[in-house]
Design a protein around this ligand. Structure first.
Ligand SMILES: Cc1ncc(COP(=O)(O)O)c(C=O)c1O
Length: 308
């Protein structure tokens, strides 16, 4: 892979015409995508007041469901958003939606819960009185091969991840404006995705994925204080520990990132995606041996846990 390949987003999937005819879960009903609608008074549309989760289905099993559900229910509790379903009921709804679509493999789900329809177009949460809105969009989804063969081009951006007392980065909220501003800045710089720093200037995360570097056989990622507590991030850390690959959650600067032998992103969609360049500087020699090894170990873990 080189630093000058074609542009990507980190969520580029192969075109699949079946997605034009999918059925979507909306508040207990499962309807054709053309009929899947929410109100303009919905708290999610109006204010970004909601939480979401991205999940993948392998061989009819939702990968790392407990971890995703723990994060989702914890996020909802943090903002006093009553999910209204138990975790078992949520799984049943996910499975019913998959079955209605005949889906078992290469499926990505965006599960979204908002504070529901508001009485009036104003901010106060108490105006959302009719119960939450729950939507599940399941799409046929295979990451394009070029994501792993060419890698992603990152640009560092002025937009930073904030302190937890402004908007905790661990909240997977509908409002992604902090990330979207970063992404726009990266796009303006000619890159695919933004590399975001923390308030102290240490390398933190990208706008949509967690970020790792590899230096002299060691895998480094941020302390985790200012980024999404990614399920894939944690799996990679656990896989390193289980396979005697030294791994550190620590502060480091762009100096160490530019000089890394490898860099990669993690997320439920793309698993581990190599980074080709940061600010136009190629990362390593492009061979990414440890990233490839971790990709293989992660694939094995998915196979073990889902039977895929
Ligand atoms: C900002 C951000 N970082 C990282 C991730 C990756 O998290 P996960 O590995 O749980 O998909 C996500 C996914 O929701 C995200 O929104």
């Amino acid at each position: 892979m080189t630093a000058n390949e074609t542009s990507h987003t980190t969520h580029d999937a192969e075109q699949d015409a079946r997605n034009l005819d999918i059925k979507i879960y909306v508040n207990g009903g499962i309807v054709h995508r053309d009929d899947a609608k929410v109100s303009v008074y919905d708290s999610g549309f109006m204010l970004g007041d909601g939480m979401w989760e991205g999940l993948r289905l392998y061989n009819g099993t939702w990968a790392f469901l407990d971890e995703h559900m723990d994060r989702f229910y914890n996020s909802c509790k943090t903002v006093s958003l009553d999910v209204g379903l138990t975790k078992a009921e949520m799984l049943d709804a996910l499975n019913r939606t998959a079955a209605a679509n005949g889906m078992t493999n290469d499926v990505h789900c965006r599960l979204m819960l908002t504070r529901g329809i508001k009485d009036k177009p104003f901010q106060h949460p108490s105006l959302s009185r009719s119960g939450p809105t729950l939507v599940m969009i399941l799409e046929h989804s295979k990451p394009v091969d070029s994501l792993s063969s060419q890698g992603i081009r990152l640009a560092t951006v002025p937009q930073v991840r904030g302190l937890p007392m402004s908007q905790d980065a661990k909240l997977n909220s509908h409002s992604k404006l902090n990330c979207i501003i970063a992404c726009l800045q990266a796009e303006a710089a000619g890159a695919d995705e933004a590399l975001m720093l923390d308030p102290h200037g240490f390398v933190n995360t990208t706008n949509a994925c967690n970020f790792f570097i590899v230096r002299r056989g060691e895998v480094w990622t941020s302390t985790g204080d200012y980024c999404m507590n990614g399920v894939t991030r944690q799996k990679v850390i656990d896989l390193c520990r289980a396979n005697d690959i030294p791994v550190f959650e620590k502060n480091y600067s762009l100096y160490e990132a530019y000089g890394a032998n490898e860099a990669f992103l993690t997320g439920t969609f793309g698993a581990q995606t190599p980074v080709a360049s940061i600010d136009g500087k190629p990362i390593g020699d492009g061979s990414h041996p440890i990233t490839r090894k971790l990709r293989a170990l992660y694939k094995e873990l998915i196979e073990q846990t889902t039977g895929a």
